[in-house]
Design a protein around this ligand. Structure first.
Ligand code: ATP
Ligand code: MG
Length: 261
C-alpha cells in the first residue's frame, strides 16, 4: 500500500492558529475527494476534538503513543467533513510519550491507505522528529515580528531534520503595522506557501463545532484555505483541480434555510 502524504502543522509559538489550519485544511482536502485523516498529537492541550465537536472519547492519540489503545479504537469518523479523526487525549502524566511509541503509532497511521494524513501538534519542535516519515512541515505564523522570529527557529529545526517545509501566514488583516508578504519572503529567503486572512468564521466555526470552511465556503478564510490545499495537493503530486469545488452539506443547508452566520 502506498504511504500517505503527511503534513505536519507546527509552530514554535502557541496560539497562532495551528489547529484552525489543520482542521480546515484537512476538511477541504476531504471535501475535494482525497481520503484524509486528521490526527491531534497535542498531548498538552488537545483541541481538534473541541473544533469538531468530538469530545469525551475514552481513547485518543496519547493512548496510541503509549501503546494503550489500538488505532481502530481511537479513530472517529466526522460526518460533516468526511474526515477520519484521531482526537487528542489529555495525558495525565507529565512525561512526553516515548519516541519509539510515537514512531510506531504514526507509522501505522501513514500505512492505512489515506491520501493525506494531517498532524496537528503542540507548540515547539520537541516531538516533531518522532513523527514517522513527514513529507511536509507547515510552519504557521502570524504576521508579526515575534512570531516570525520563532518561525525562523522552527525552519532551522525542519532543515536539520531534512524535511521539506514552508511558512503559512495566518490571521492576516493587512494592517500597516503587520509584516507584509513581500517583507516576509525577502527576510525568509523562500516562498510563503499560503496566506490566510483573519476571519470571524473561524471562531464562529469553533463555537459551532463546524470547520469554518464548511460553515461558509464563500468567506475569505475558506478561499485562502482552498488555495493552500491546492498548493499541498500540487506538492504531493496530486491533481489540485478538485479543490475548487469542495462539497459542503452545511453550506447547502444554510442556504436552503436562509440562515445568516
Ligand atoms: N484566520 C483566523 N481568523 C480569525 N481567528 C482565528 C484565525 N485563526 C485562528 N484564529 C483564532 O485564534 C485562536 C487560536 O487558534 P488555534 O487554537 O487554532 O491556535 P493554536 O496554534 O492551535 O493554539 P495552541 O498553540 O494552543 O495549540 C482561536 O480562538 C481561533 O478562533
Ligand atoms: Mg492547537
Amino acid at each position: 500500500m502506498p504511504w500517505s502524504y503527511s503534513i505536519v502543522v507546527a509552530s514554535q509559538k502557541g496560539g497562532v492558529g495551528k489547529t484552525s489550519v489543520a482542521v480546515n485544511l484537512a476538511s477541504v482536502l476531504s471535501g475535494a475527494g482525497y481520503k484524509t485523516m486528521l490526527v491531534d498529537t497535542d498531548t498538552v492541550n488537545p483541541s481538534v476534538g473541541i473544533h469538531l465537536g468530538i469530545e469525551g472519547r475514552s481513547r485518543g492519540c496519547s493512548d496510541l503513543f503509549r501503546g494503550k489503545a489500538r488505532l481502530h479504537e481511537a479513530t472517529v469518523r466526522h460526518l460533516h467533513s468526511g474526515l477520519t479523526v484521531v482526537p487528542g487525549s489529555m495525558s495525565m502524566t507529565h512525561e512526553a510519550p516515548s519516541r519509539s511509541g510515537m514512531e510506531d503509532a504514526t507509522e501505522e497511521m501513514l500505512n492505512q491507505g489515506y491520501d493525506f494524513v494531517v498532524f496537528d501538534t503542540s507548540p515547539g519542535s520537541a516531538l516533531l522528529d518522532s513523527i514517522y516519515r513527514v513529507n511536509y512541515g507547515m510552519i504557521v505564523m502570524s504576521p508579526d515580528m515575534p512570531s516570525f522570529a520563532s518561525s525562523i527557529r522552527l525552519d532551522a529545526a525542519f532543515g536539520m531534520m531534512k524535511i521539506p517545509h514552508g511558512l503559512v501566514i495566518n490571521r492576516v488583516r493587512k494592517k500597516r503595522y503587520e509584516l507584509g508578504m513581500n517583507e516576509i519572503e525577502h527576510e525568509y529567503g523562500g516562498k510563503v506557501l499560503g496566506m490566510l486572512r483573519d476571519d470571524d468564521s473561524v471562531p464562529i466555526g469553533i463555537a459551532r463545532h463546524v470547520p469554518a470552511c464548511l460553515l461558509d465556503r464563500d468567506s475569505h478564510f475558506s478561499k485562502d484555505v482552498r488555495s493552500l490545499a491546492a498548493a499541498c495537493a500540487a506538492n504531493a503530486g496530486m491533481r489540485a483541480g478538485a479543490i475548487d469545488a469542495p462539497k459542503s452539506n452545511i453550506s447547502l443547508i444554510k442556504r436552503l434555510l436562509g440562515r445568516s452566520r
